[in-house]
Write a protein that binds this ligand. Sequence first.
Ligand code: CU
Length: 106
Amino acid sequence: MKAAALIRPLLAGLALVLAAGPAPAATIEVTIDKLVFSPASVEARVGDTIEWVNKDAFAHTATVKGGWEVMIPPKKSASLTLKAAGAVDYFCRFHPNMKGRITVTP
Ligand SMILES: [Cu+2]
């Protein structure tokens, strides 16, 4: 068998691997309806975006104690791109019973 016949499939395989690259960043939607984050717990990767969609007629926040805060106006959405790995618990500043969690992997 000629060497080229062996190398060609290898090169084709390598091209496939290079084309695949890292997974593209995702947008993960969290709905707020009647004072509940849903799903309450989500998993994401660094670079992904969380988008909160507020179906309620009043404002909410996604607030991390000592960290970030996102204001989500009534009947609107707001988003945040995750910059660091780790698990974060968040709550709504106006309704502290509203709780959510994001687990971010590298
Ligand atoms: Cu709220």
